[in-house]
Design a protein around this ligand. Sequence first.
Ligand SMILES: Nc1ncnc2c1ncn2[C@@H]1O[C@H](COP(=O)(O)OP(=O)(O)OP(=O)(O)O)[C@@H](O)[C@H]1O
Length: 619
Amino acid sequence: MNNLSQKAAGLSINNKENGDDGGKPSYVPPHLRGSGKPIFRKTGPPRDDRSSGGDFFKHTGRQSGDNGGFFGFSKGNSVGSSTSYNRGGSSGFKSSGNRWVNGKQVPGPKNSRLEAELFGVHEDPDYHSSGIKFDNYDDIPVEASGKDVPEPLLEFNSPPLDALLMENIKLAGFNKPTPVQKYSIPIVTKGRDLMACAQTGSGKTGGFLFPLFTELFQIGPSSVPEKAHSFYSRKGYPSALVLAPTRELATQIFEEARKFTYRSWVRPCVVYGGAPIGNQMREVDRGCDLLVATPGRLNDLLERGKISLANTKYLVLDEADRMLDMGFEPQIRHIVEECDMPSVGNRQTLMFSATFPVDIQHLARDFLDNYIFLSVGRVGSTSENITQRILYVDDMDKKSALLDLLSAEHKGLTLIFVETKRMADQLTDFLIMQNFKATAIHGDRTQAERERALSAFKANIADILVATAVAARGLDIPNVTHVINYDLPSDIDDYVHRIGRTGRAGNTGVATSFFNSNNQNIVKGLIEILNEANQEVPAFLNDMSRQNSKGGRPRGGGGGGFFNNRNNNSRDYRKHGGNGSFGSTRPRNTGPSNWGSSGGGFRNDNENGGFGGSNASWW
Ligand SMILES: Nc1ncnc2c1ncn2[C@@H]1O[C@H](COP(=O)(O)OP(=O)(O)OP(=O)(O)O)[C@@H](O)[C@H]1O
């Protein structure tokens, strides 16, 4: 148990003896425990510096420096900066630039300023991104199922990896591949489709970018129809398309792509809603070989004729289970099946996530051909690098319990999840009033505000970020030492993604969740997850689980029914009762989408797509 866990364990939260109704565990606020007031931090702004739903740093004048230029977050990472790219081609929009000569890639010259911007500097303590428990990944069981699974790659070597890519991987400080990378690289370079499930923070982004770039660096750009570019109208023809559910995740993938395409012919581009489309169209004009996009904005650009997917040989769905759930599936179908993208079998499709419910595996067949299913660890399981604590706290006591937790130790960055946007604002205000440096990210904030909040959090200007589900998936923020589920999610897979914001790349972290009777629907899933990750299961959870099973209480969002049962959730469904078999031809879906119209009607900048009526803010 690390320092923070020990200190939290010493708090009176959940001590049975504090219970006042026959041993029922309940939180006793400090003022009733006679322990005096919690010690609040003395640093931070004076009270009148706060503003509703705002940021601790709002009035510090810091925000003027990062005023949310609509692309990217902090490091001056504007896609528009022409000096950032080794394009060189005078035509600007001609996607191969001058790095593809006579059928071969000619690496651009080194640029030390750009290198420092992309990869950091050696003296920076964050330079090596992997933590002391990185080697533990080697012990995680890996299962690859399907026909003719290629052998894994044990080291980063060239060949099979492209030599320039190898140089960039070294610059990033990556010494050896993570398990998902070991398997995904040969699978993709052998031309196979892939559905990959691996724990949060275990390097799935590299798992798709490395084989993609190895391939693209070697095959070069595809030819573009002459008529595609007139003086007035230019079109982007990406060779690879990566779809991601949130703007922040899309930007993060784009930043990773910038690193690994350094000095190559491949120009990455990112488009997402909430930012002026005109600037994004200009970026597409400048060259768009790998496109990272959120579905709503991509559909908009497709409808405007700014992008053609005719040359897209690689399609990646990151957070694929989210991309294929009710919120996004119609948009994904439109992009993949109703525009000009090559059909299944004529492109490669790769899906990645830490969770993959069986119903989504079924649905995913429509997009895949004779695919390999890769699971690193148990699908949907959490990393043992994360110490999980579940505390019984009634709603009315949550604020007080939170202050106790934060006062026990608050080192590094703390990410607090709440269920609603309103709650995110309220809690941020409350924390600012208590002199904590807090900020918030949720769907009611403007894109500039969200970028500013995330930048401030990453830079430790605000060391507490209060977030809705929008920050639950994919975000890779170094030094998040503590995730607090102030409100637990109603879906157990969301729990897995949320706590996965800490304990990444072999680092350790703590996840604390406030549980009470409103969260009964995830009791069973929670117990399974705690057991799988060798974590302590509090007695009240076991009691509640027994009561639920006696009373026949449905499991609700945490499972129930064949599809959501975690026992069925853990493997390639084709091996466990699925109707597919390896190598069989998939039944083609010729009819309309199961879940709603796959037609147009989503020309908006809101990536929400009607996500099940939840208050949480996907955008
Ligand atoms: N081979 C490697 N060696 C060292 N660090 C790595 C390696 N591959 C990835 N990383 C680092 O690990 C961290 C997590 O990677 P990444 O964000 O791709 O995880 P993920 O599996 O996609 O997580 P999530 O499920 O949360 O989306 C990143 O900081 C990345 O730079």
